[in-house]
Each structure stands twice: as structure tokens, then as C-alpha cells.
Ligand binder design. Sequence first.
Ligand SMILES: Cc1cc2nc3c(=O)[nH]c(=O)nc-3n(C[C@H](O)[C@H](O)[C@H](O)COP(=O)(O)OP(=O)(O)OC[C@H]3O[C@@H](n4cnc5c(N)ncnc54)[C@H](O)[C@@H]3O)c2cc1C
Ligand code: FES
Ligand code: FES
Length: 472
Amino acid sequence: MSICFTLNGESRSLPAHTPPAMTLLDWLRAAGLTGTKEGCAEGDCGACTVVIETPDGARAPVNACLMTLGQAHGLALRSVEGLAAPDGAPHPVQAAMLAAEATQCGFCTPGIVMSLYAHARMGGDAHEALAGNLCRCTGYRPILDAVAALAVAEGAVPVCPASDITALGPPEHRFFLPRSLDDTLSLRRDHPAAWVLAGGTDLGLRFSEHRENPAAIICLRDVAELRGISAGPEGLSVGAAEPYAALLDQIADDPDFAAFAGLLRRLGSRQIRALGTLGGNLGTASPIGDALPPLLALGARLNLAGPNGARDLAVEDFLLGYRRNALAAGEIIARVFIPRPAPGAIFAAEKLSRRHDQDISAVGLSVLLERDGEVITRARIAHGGCGPMAARAPEAEALLQGAPFTEAQARAAGEALSRAITPMDDLRGTAEYRRVAARNLLLRLYWRAARPDAAAEIMALPTPHAPRFIAP
Ligand SMILES: Cc1cc2nc3c(=O)[nH]c(=O)nc-3n(C[C@H](O)[C@H](O)[C@H](O)COP(=O)(O)OP(=O)(O)OC[C@H]3O[C@@H](n4cnc5c(N)ncnc54)[C@H](O)[C@@H]3O)c2cc1C
Ligand code: FES
Ligand code: FES
């Protein structure tokens, strides 16, 4: 069956033999739309940024190098070729970039223009909008000047008609887009070797870099039971296939999850967060998955669905070892339940990485402390990047639980944490660095929580370029 999407306002129906695991970037460039560039082919540089548009006028930037054609099915997409007005006049974003002399070699420019085109609707922080775009020769100051000069408001764009098609591509390379959990589980039964793909920001590298082309892919994007987020007094129920961007929208103003939101804002870039999911972070069971320490500290539980029915599992019982999880054959993660911290509890989620944005963690540390007066009644501490898997730190927890939250106690717990972890040396940091960093993160938490008057932090200098987009 044909892959269909709308590109720059025109419906496209691809020939039936088109491989659905082909990246959108490869397809665009082969189709002659070479404005979209390939820099890194792994989601890091943003040169390949295109924008997903929805009928309500919302826009989300994505990396075309990571997105497969199968994932593009049913979407309305815009590439840089689709920005100019019918008379050829440049889009206001393009005009602003030109006027601010925000381009030199120009290789990064189409991707930056597309990120800013999405930003015109998404609003928010301009640095955040550009965190997924590298420019090596212009420097960001003129680009931020262009952002500051912009005021953009446009109408919505039509989407290609929804279809019932659930199987795309030729028989030897099927791409399934089931809409229900039952159909998903049946597909898993019938195609046990199929790859399960949510946002593809991890698996996508196997298409773009390693050029793998599996016989079958089951994409979770349209599975209703795996989407949606509900928030209640007990906590959040998050569909495992719901992109981070939606989760961030949900918790951005929720004080109980402020620390989690702060961490998510540093997970990848807007492009990565538009597709990447909690299910994918858990599915990889990577020791440096950013969402795993906060889920462990908060006591999150997973709802797994499989051929023998559903079961619930705590995240700590789900993670078994280096990139190993407890999924049984044919099972998938359906939902993630994240309990709300108790009133008055301290919840912190820290990430150390070489760059502030768009970088993988060297060390992650999340801490939940419930208190009765001065005494800590419950402590949950979880680390990432400090061993073969993200895990809790029972030795450090025991030192805090039942004790007053003092600097001496925080130091003792930090030392216990540092002794208990088994980090390795790699390009993100030595084992010694990680031991010291983990200890110090616990102390940082103490200073921030208990002595906010004494704690000081130097962050990026504030930009004078407040965004002036009008988001209709
Ligand atoms: C440029 C770039 C930057 C990144 N930055 C970060 C970062 O800062 N922090 C971080 O933690 N990660 C980062 N990542 C990694 C990635 O974005 C995350 O791990 C993300 O959560 C993966 O989610 P996904 O939906 O894209 O997973 P996919 O790629 O679709 O899948 C990943 C794995 O999980 C499995 N899976 C997915 N959903 C389910 C499910 N519901 N049930 C069972 N198995 C499932 C898949 O089969 C696959 O094995 C980055 C990646 C890139 C390319
Ligand atoms: S080519 Fe670099 S992010 Fe896609
Ligand atoms: S203008 Fe050359 S990389 Fe940005």
C-alpha cells in the first residue's frame, strides 16, 4: 500500500515499492528537494530539519535524517522549498535571516530557517528553539538578531486525508501503523522479528547510519491506548508512545513536576522531543537514558501489554542490566504511571553533560525526599551514567531516611553514593569524575533545597533578544 503524505501543501502518494524504512531526508533529496541538507545523519546538527504541521496550525520540527517514510505517512510536512510565497517572495523568517546577515556558508541555514518557522508557532525560548541546530561559521548572535526581528502569524495548512491503511511498503519490507493495542499485539505475534518503533530517535540511527532495512516494522505512533496523558491528584498516566513534547506541555506549569520538566527541556532538542518517547527511553534501557533516574526516584510503574494480558511492573524491576529490560516476548510498554511527589517533598532531577543542550548525560541524579518537619521519612535516590544501568542507591537512601536533612548527612549520603556506583571511563568523563560528580550533585541538592539563600549558580547569560513571535 502506498505511503501518503502532504508536502508543502501538495498530496504525495509514493509508489508501492518505496521502502518505508527509507529516511525522509534521503527521499527528499532523491526527489530533487535538496534544500534539506545532510550534516551528521544522526539527529545532532539540525541541517535536515523539516516541520510537521497539524490542521490546528501547530508545528513541530523534526530531523528528516531520523524519520522514516513510514513515520511520515498521513502527516502534513513542510520543507524549506515550501516556505516562499507563491510569487517567490521569501518567507519572513528567510528575509529576517538575510537582513541580519545570519548566514555565511549557508549549509546550516535551511535547517535553522525551518526551526524558526516552527518556533513562530511554538513560541518560548529562542535558545531552546535553536538547541538542535549547529552553525559552525556564522555564530549565533546574528541568528538571534533575526529571531528578535521577527513577527510571524500565518494560517493553518491542509493535511492529506486520513486513510485506513495500516500496512505500507512492499511485502518484503512492511511498515505497519496499527491503531489499536489489540492490532499491535496481533502484529507482534504474526511478525515476531519485527522492529517496534515509537519515535525512532534511537532506532533511526540504524536506518540513517547503518542502512539497515528490516523485513517488518511496527510503528506505535497511531495506537490510541499508547497515546494521551492524564493528570490527576495521584500522578500522571503517560502513553508510552506520546512524544516528550506533549509531556513537557502537560507538566510545564505543574510545580510537582517542575524538576522533571527542567530535565526534559534538556533531553535532545525540540526536533528530538517532537518524536522521542518515554517508551523508547525505557525500551533502550540505556544507562544514560535521561528519563530513567527521575522515573526511578518517583517510583514510576509501567503497564505492559502482551499476548498473555497486561501486567504492572515498577521501573526498577523493569531495568535488568546494560540495555536489558524485563519485556517478555511479544510484550510492549503501554503506559507509564508517574506518582505525584507527596506535599512538601523535595524532588530534584539533575543532569551533567558536556554541553547544556542536545547532549547525552555523563551523570544523572534524581532524588525524592519526603519530610516530616526536619526529618526525612522517605528517600529515593536514583542515578544514571554511573554503572551498567540506571539504578537506585539504597546505601545513600538508608543514610538519609529517618535522619534530619543536614549538610553532614547529605555529605555522608554523597560519599556512600560515590562508593556504591560502578562508573566507567569514556569520552563523557572518567570513572573518578563521575564518582565525584554524583557525590557533589547530592550536595548541590542539599544547598539548593535547604540553603537557597547561600546557593548561587552561574547560568548562561540572559539573551537581550526576547522572542517577538505572535503565536495565533
Ligand atoms: C540527537 C539525539 C539526541 C538525543 N539526546 C538524548 C538525551 O539528551 N537524553 C536521552 O535520554 N536520550 C537522548 N537521545 C536518545 C533518544 O532520543 C531517546 O532514548 C528516546 O527516548 C527514544 O525514544 P523513541 O520513541 O524515539 O524510541 P525508538 O527509537 O522508537 O525506540 C527505541 C527502543 O525502544 C523500543 N520501544 C519503543 N517504544 C516501546 C514500547 N512502547 N514498548 C516496548 N519497546 C519500545 C524500540 O523497539 C527500540 O528498541 C537522543 C537521540 C538523538 C538522535
Ligand atoms: S543531518 Fe544532522 S540532524 Fe539530520
Ligand atoms: S552558515 Fe555555515 S554552518 Fe552556519
